[in-house]
Design a protein around this ligand. Structure first.
Ligand SMILES: [Fe+2]
Length: 145
């Protein structure tokens, strides 16, 4: 599914033989209306997955051939897919500011661990990211009962 979505973005639809997998479905990403920012952020996360999935697939192609010309071209494409993933990540940070904050915290935790240090435990009293939680609805239910 993810591969089909990725190929739908990057390749022209084509007929395939019965013995080949169906690789393209160009209308799979269409929505019946314009997406709001939250929905678009969710879609962009799937796009990031598709880009990284393509990187893994194409690197497997490189590993699976001795043709140096093919390897060179596929490596070029792999590098472009890595760039696409990074571009989508920047777009996701624009669409979901919590991604910036939480992403920076996660990156800092990983950097500490790379240095052999332990990251701080998350602060359970810290405010939750924007949006409703299960707990934030409790008062609403009691007030309307
Ligand atoms: Fe791509």
């Amino acid at each position: 599914m993810r591969l089909a979505r990725h190929l739908a973005e990057h390749e022209q639809p084509r007929k395939v033989g019965a013995d080949l997998p169906e690789l393209t479905q160009p209308y799979i990403g269409l929505t019946p209306r314009k997406m709001n920012k939250t929905e678009l952020a969710r879609a962009i996360r799937q796009d990031i997955i598709a880009e990284l999935d393509a990187v893994a697939l194409y690197e497997a192609h490189i590993d699976g051939t001795d043709d140096e010309t093919a390897k060179r071209i596929i490596r070029h494409i792999v590098n472009e897919e890595k760039q696409h993933a990074a571009e989508f990540m920047v777009l996701l940070e624009y669409l979901d500011p919590d991604q910036v904050t939480l992403g920076a915290e996660g990156a800092e935790d990983a950097r500490l661990m790379l240095q052999g240090l332990e990251p701080e435990e998350p602060d359970s009293q810290a405010p939750t990211p924007q949006g409703l939680t299960v707990g934030s609805l409790v008062g609403e239910q009691q007030a309307s009962a």
